[in-house]
Design a binder for this molecule. Structure first.
Ligand SMILES: Cc1cc2nc3c(=O)[nH]c(=O)nc-3n(C[C@H](O)[C@H](O)[C@H](O)COP(=O)(O)OP(=O)(O)OC[C@H]3O[C@@H](n4cnc5c(N)ncnc54)[C@H](O)[C@@H]3O)c2cc1C
Length: 382
């Protein structure tokens, strides 16, 4: 087996780039939205087959076990070449949660099936009255022999149409403090009692869904981290999700798009545009540098710090600013969903603008992250 960490960063970057060029179909690259599983599974399976799927997982669990420097090189190459994120809930969220909090049996059962794509995941945290206030989750799980019976409703579950398993935060004890009565449980979605209803987004996609749970069954052995210990597991997982959404990934792709739109719109020599573009580019470079420092810290401390909140705000709001500039200069192409052909080139300035709305909401809204920084870093009264 290749020991990636023994390679120089340059050799590793070259190996990663040649893998992407060979294995990632051109039609999946630089997409403004996340592709559905039927289109993108080919890329997921290729990454899995050739061992490129889980850069941060330890080698013993089937990951690449990359050191911080190689991990960042991996992200940089995959971002630069416009690879899509496919079914990330498994590799980015539930996998690390199982590695951190799961039992040996859970790791043995689930991790290989996440890597193979056999089990694809939806996150069942939010509910109609429990979004920012996640501890108010009301979906209830009651013990029944060696199973739990779950009733309630989840909402905004990303990728639920393509998922066949859900990990969810459920209430297992109503008699204690809100946070203390929650459990983190996994269950198959292809069972009676699970109803998935897509919610159409502003950009026309059906990326997320409502999920209704009516006497749904989960095995007791599929509770992660112990009964009534779900708050700790969920927070560990959300830390990774926040750090992920604070990467410069989407901003960098949006900048490439902005430059394309500017070229087609004849704006590249406009001093006012160049000034605004340069400011954005510098902000993205600063963000990337801070992100690099945070991920290096993470590899040492194994703890996601409050800087994840700062990165999340910075990344998602910068992405929105890029989208707004694209709208301003996009002319007619900024009015048409899906874009239009101008001078034999396809120009789509509207989709990136619309797609940049959601990231300031998921993984905790930017207002909630400002509260976190105000309280924990600035020591302001709340
Ligand atoms: C694209 C997308 C994908 C998502 N994917 C998933 C998923 O896969 N699984 C999942 O479980 N959830 C998912 N979510 C849900 C997401 O986590 C919630 O939308 C988010 O936590 C906000 O909750 P809410 O929508 O209930 O808004 P609310 O909590 O009702 O907030 C409404 C507004 O009030 C503000 N607000 C609320 N409380 C405070 C406060 N204390 N101080 C200041 N301002 C406050 C918020 O910032 C927001 O602007 C997704 C959301 C989006 C948009």
């Amino acid at each position: 087996m290749t020991n990636w960490n023994e390679m120089s960063d340059e050799d590793f970057a070259q190996a990663a780039a040649s893998f992407v060029e060979r294995a990632c179909p051109a039609e999946l690259r630089y997409l403004p939205h996340r592709p559905r599983w039927d289109k993108s599974s080919v890329w997921y399976i290729a990454m899995s087959r050739e061992g490129w799927l889980a850069p941060g997982w330890p080698v013993e669990f089937g990951g690449m076990g990359l050191d911080p420097s190689k991990h960042l090189t991996y992200l940089e190459v995959f971002e630069r070449l416009g690879t899509p994120m496919v079914a990330p809930q498994g590799v980015v969220n539930v996998g690390p949660a199982l590695i951190g909090f799961g039992t040996d049996e859970q790791r043995q059962e689930f991790l290989p099936k996440i890597l193979s794509g056999e089990r694809r995941w939806a996150q069942g945290f939010s509910e109609p009255n429990a979004g920012s206030d996640l501890a108010s989750v009301r979906t209830e799980a009651k013990p029944d022999g060696d199973e739990y019976v779950i009733n309630g409703q989840k909402i905004w579950s990303t990728g639920a149409l393509d998922a066949n398993w859900m990990y969810a935060l459920v209430r297992t004890d109503k008699s204690v403090r809100k946070q203390a009565g929650l459990s983190f449980v996994m269950f198959p979605m292809d069972q009676r009692g699970v109803t998935v209803r897509p919610i159409r987004t502003i950009s026309g996609g059906e990326e997320f869904c409502e999920v209704f749970l009516d006497n749904v069954r989960a095995k007791a052995e599929h509770v992660v981290g112990g009964v009534n210990n779900g708050w700790k597991v969920a927070n560990g997982l959300l830390g990774f999700e926040r750090l992920w959404s604070g990467s410069a990934h989407q901003c960098k792709q949006a900048l490439v798009r902005l430059k394309d739109v500017a070229r087609i719109a004849g704006k590249m020599d406009d001093p006012s545009f160049r000034q605004r573009y340069t400011r954005l580019e510098l902000d993205v470079l600063d963000l990337a540098a801070c992100y690099t420092r945070s991920t290096r810290n993470l590899q040492v401390t194994r703890r996601v710090g409050f800087e994840a909140s700062m990165l999340k705000i910075w990344a998602t709001e910068t992405c929105q600013r890029i989208g707004e500039l694209m709208m301003e200069i996009g002319g007619d192409a900024a009015l048409v969903q899906g874009g239009m052909e101008i001078d034999d080139r396809h120009l789509d300035a509207l989709t990136p603008f619309l797609e940049a709305r959601a990231p300031t909401i998921y993984g905790g809204t930017v207002q909630i992250h400002r509260n976190i920084l105000a309280k924990n870093v600035l020591n302001l009264p709340t």
